[in-house]
Design a protein around this ligand. Sequence first.
Ligand SMILES: C=C1C=NC(C(F)(F)F)=NC1=N
Ligand SMILES: [Mg+2]
Length: 221
Amino acid sequence: MARIASGEMKERLAVYFIMGSQNSERPTADVLKEALDGGVTLFQFREKGPGALKGADKEALARQLQRLCRAYGVPFIVNDDVELALAIDADGVHVGKDDEDARRVREKIGDKILGVSAHNVEEAMAAVEAGADYLGVGPIYPTSSKEDAKEAQGPDVLRRLREAGITIPIVAIGGITAVNAKTVVEAGADGVSVISAIASAPSPKAAAAALAEAVRAARTR
Ligand SMILES: C=C1C=NC(C(F)(F)F)=NC1=N
Ligand SMILES: [Mg+2]
């Protein structure tokens, strides 16, 4: 299998759902199924924070969610845990500054999808150098989903990256909803990633569909 093409990566980033067992009172697989029915285009398993599953329990949940994504033809990405991603043959990993070095991860995962977090032009350039297939940029707006999130940067950080000549696929993250998704795509993101906008919604299916529509509409400008 070769590295994912940039065009396909951009398409997959349209509505990137991220979730772990701690992001909903409901069974994780139930929420994910609704999100997949609503049209999310990429999924990241992010098992983190107080009460997060570990070891065999974490792997069992990962495999359950991976099977669900496979049934929908949606790639399955693992956050932080490169060893788990390799053990279950996930479609990719996402790493940030406090995880394993991106260059080292690229060596370990071969042609799997590699996502890297970036907060500014310098980090973005380094991530491209390391062989990232996409960048996660944010938090764009204040977020309730990440305890140690940095200061919200606003959509301008996306414009700054594009003006600096960063052409790699970019997904925006942090406090994104169907209301502000258009602004974020117009600022230069290829798609939006969300946790609570879908995981905490009364209807994750409706929330995913609304996000997909907002991104589609923003792209046709
Ligand atoms: C901290 C993160 C930043 N960005 C992303 C993604 F949206 F996937 F790019 N995922 C993370 N876990
Ligand atoms: Mg991380």
